[in-house]
Design a protein around this ligand. Structure first.
Ligand code: SF4
Ligand code: SF4
Length: 344
């Protein structure tokens, strides 16, 4: 077992981490693993817990981890306000949710994003966890686990490998090698020392009085179908349809858990007219099942050059023409016209 000392702790004697994520990216599991890492592999006192709304993909999720020096116990289960390490599992959260709150000039900030954007804090360290997870056939949370552990400056890669082997490796032995590669990829990206520059500081939100709270049931954040902005509800990848390759076998339609594919009646049978991205959660099962690569995985990204795009259209990859993206394409499609004529 690796034995470490905690060089910095807060007034209560804790080294604290906060993970900001959305349901489906595995931040809850990542937090549990960081807790276990502290207690079982670093010889520290440790605790972790998560907070989330409805247990579904797309809901905001926070995970909190506390470590303390050996001989002391973690005795509190309150949210972490001033984390030593802050992990942001989806870049879209930065524009929509106060995920940087409570960040101090000493906070190590790890963001899952393809590249650094100018308005992000100077101390932001960027890990393209989506792309790395895809490359190593692992998951976003494994890459982020490696990156966050490295950012603490306390954890050896060997300890991480041990952790993954004894936990996930026993449950999912077939995935052990790829998960270790994913963890290692995140570990290698982050520097042990914090980046230089003027570190940004963000105040914690003041506790609200009861009468100031949002009315019960009002959804004030993105990532749900009420606001029609689904940019935070996927893991960063979506299927791209290549109509010229499609043989209209229907396997994608029977595999898709969300009935995303739009088939119309053609002269020689059903015709695949493409996807309604409004319902796609990016699981990529359709890509795996398509026998002729008529569906390929592409990186989902914002569409800033189309400022007039509706929120649900702004999340589609720029590789897809506007008129072929989402519900609008379906509404104006030939199939819809046919349906309308039949109704008339
Ligand atoms: S599985 Fe592939 S080939 Fe078959 S209908 Fe879907 S996209 Fe077309
Ligand atoms: S990625 Fe998943 S949800 Fe989206 S179309 Fe393919 S199977 Fe359906």
């Amino acid at each position: 077992m690796q034995r470490v000392d905690l060089p910095i702790v807060n007034d209560l004697g804790y080294y604290e981490m906060r993970l900001e994520s959305i349901g489906g990216l595995g931040a809850n599991l990542c937090g549990k693993l960081l807790g276990e890492l502290g207690a079982m592999y670093l010889g520290l006192g440790a605790a972790s817990f998560a907070s989330y709304g409805s247990e579904k993909r797309g809901s905001p999720v926070k995970s909190y981890i506390r470590w303390c020096r050996p001989g002391k116990e973690v005795r509190i289960n309150s949210p972490v306000h001033h984390p030593h390490v802050l992990g942001i599992f989806h870049e879209a959260l930065l524009d929509s949710y106060p995920v940087l709150q409570g960040m101090t000039e000493h906070t190590r900030l790890i963001i899952n994003a393809p590249c650094k954007q100018k308005h992000w804090p100077a101390q932001a360290e960027i890990v393209d966890a989506g792309a790395l997870a895809m490359r190593y056939k692992s998951r976003v949370n494994m890459v982020m686990l490696g990156a966050i552990a490295k950012a603490t400056g306390l954890v050896s890669l060997e300890s991480l490998k041990e952790l993954i082997s004894h936990t996930l490796g026993q449950r999912y032995p077939a995935l052990l090698a790829s998960n270790i590669k994913g963890v290692r990829a995140g570990y290698d990206v982050v520097d042990e020392r914090a980046p230089k520059g003027d570190a940004a500081v963000y105040e914690s939100e003041k506790p609200r009085r009861y009468e100031e709270a949002a009315t019960g049931g009002v959804i004030t954040c993105i990532g749900n179908i009420v606001t029609h902005d689904l940019s935070a509800s996927r893991e960063g990848w979506i299927p791209l349809f290549h109509p010229d390759r499609c043989i209209h076998c229907g396997l994608c339609d029977s595999t898709c858990p969300d009935m995303v594919f739009q088939f119309a009646v053609g002269e020689q049978g059903p015709v695949n007219r493409g996807l309604d991205y409004q319902h796609c959660k990016g699981c990529l099962r359709c890509v795996a099942v398509c026998p002729v690569q008529a569906l390929t995985a592409v990186k989902e990204r914002e569409w800033p050059e189309k400022p007039y795009a509706l929120p649900n259209q702004s999340l589609i990859t720029a590789d897809i023409p506007m008129e072929a993206s989402g519900a609008n394409s379906w509404m104006s499609s030939e199939a819809q016209e046919t349906e309308r004529r039949i109704e008339e």
